[in-house]
Design a protein around this ligand. Structure first.
Ligand code: CMP
Length: 143
């Protein structure tokens, strides 16, 4: 069992795509462990994206990601990180395979609707930035 951090970005929220996106992970068979509707502080956004500091897209990314509410989530299941990234698609919508979230709904790298952890180390880091351990719910499916 593996956990990953996923976040519907401000563009996904404003376009009314939270339900569509959550539905894709549910239908895949991954399990929701935690969720939070929130506006990111500058400090939290900097912590999340610190590996991109200095890149040309860093400042616009911080401005965008703090511009409105996001829907932050933790999902779990076998290979949750790789499976989530497969559902999300490549960063640039032009390269994203048809049927992925970014191919189906995004047109621009800067407004690519959703973030997903790209490694186990980043998943652990990102989950700890957004959620306390007591907020992560581990449960059995009984129906
Ligand atoms: P995300 O998965 O949230 O990780 C970093 C974000 O920076 C990325 O999605 C994009 O929204 C944004 N970004 C903008 N330009 C680039 C780029 N050239 N390469 C990677 N990420 C970029």
């Amino acid at each position: 069992m593996e956990r990953t951090f996923l976040m519907v970005k401000p563009d996904g929220v404003q376009r009314g795509l939270i339900g569509e996106i959550v539905s894709r992970f549910e239908r895949k068979g991954l399990q929701l462990s935690a969720a939070k509707f929130m506006v990111l502080s500058e400090e939290l956004a900097e912590k999340h994206y610190e590996e991109h500091k200095g890149k040309v897209f860093y400042e616009p990314l911080l401005t965008f990601i703090t511009s409105g509410p996001v829907f932050a989530m933790v999902w779990q299941g076998d290979n949750a990180i790789a499976l989530s990234r497969a559902l999300i698609g490549k960063t640039d919508a032009i390269d994203a395979s048809p049927g992925t979230i970014r191919s189906d709904f995004a047109v621009h790298t800067n407004f690519n609707l959703i973030h997903g952890s790209d490694s186990a180390a980043n998943a652990e880091k990102e989950i700890s930035i957004y959620f306390s351990p007591s907020e992560l719910i581990d449960y059995e499916h009984t129906i």
